[in-house]
Design a protein around this ligand. Sequence first.
Ligand code: ADP
Ligand code: MG
Length: 320
Amino acid sequence: MAAVREFDLIARIRDRVATRGDVVLGIGDDAALLQVPDGRQLVVAMDTLNDGVHFPRATAAGDIGWKALAVNLSDLAAMGASPAWCTLSLSLPDPDAVWLDGFLDGFLALASAHDVALVGGDTTRGPLSVCVTAHGFVQPGRALRRDGARVGDDVWVTGTPGDAAAALSLLQGGGPVDPGLRERLDRPVPRVAAGMALAGIAHACIDVSDGLLADLGHICKASGVGVRVDVDALPASDALLALDAAPDARRHWQVAGGDDYELCFTADAAQRNGIVEIISRTGVAASRIGIVVEGDGVVAVDGDGRVWQPSRQGYVHFPG
Ligand code: ADP
Ligand code: MG
């Protein structure tokens, strides 16, 4: 283990970060100074990853770094925001420079892909935990909120939910995991471009972190509507289908597994063709999976229109 002091760790981080024109002062002072563009609202998100809770103990440092930023950029995407800056609070059991370098490889690769500048943070000793805040911009009135769904809207999801949950389940079972599925668990791709394209168009949006039904439930509650989802209309990846799992297992991964970081959104049915088009231009597909109805929660139905009751809706940190 390459043990170094706290300030050396911070210097290692500072030496590698890229900057942007709107960063007046980045890492090195007591706080960062940042210039929000004229006429934009600042969008701020924070998410923490804890060892053993949000990623399996044996996860590679680079994957932890990637995912810590990805889950935050996913929250910005779900607001329709264009990402700009982030801060990083790192709690490390040991000042391990090799681990930190690996972590930064993953973190900074994703940051650079989205032109996000790491502008500050905190470095402490403790159980491995990574807390990131991400900051972005949105035009006033165009943010994608949870409370805008309207009766009659289509319900959409990007990508293929269920892959990460299947990978986790296989990992926990000790079996081999298809590398494509494993990648979906360890290196989720935040749907930043899709979220920005939907800003001002979708009526409501959320990113799927805890499970599709649970997260759709948040849209229902905030919007005062119900949603009817066809669980057999959910797009599944080839890798997921290749597992040849029982239909019920596959449905559970897809609707209740979580860790998807896909966008689930509602939009006017008149926008159908336009939605397919603008989302596909961002390199991901969008699928129509249900409709917004009067009511107050999510009802899942199967391909024959029968109500399907999952045994669990999604991941809960503090059940009961
Ligand atoms: P202070 O004691 O004033 O909070 P620190 O020693 O914690 O200062 O941090 C010094 C500088 O390094 C600050 O600009 C802070 O934002 C930055 N910094 C500390 N830890 C990190 C980190 N993990 N990632 C990015 N910047 C960090
Ligand atoms: Mg500090």
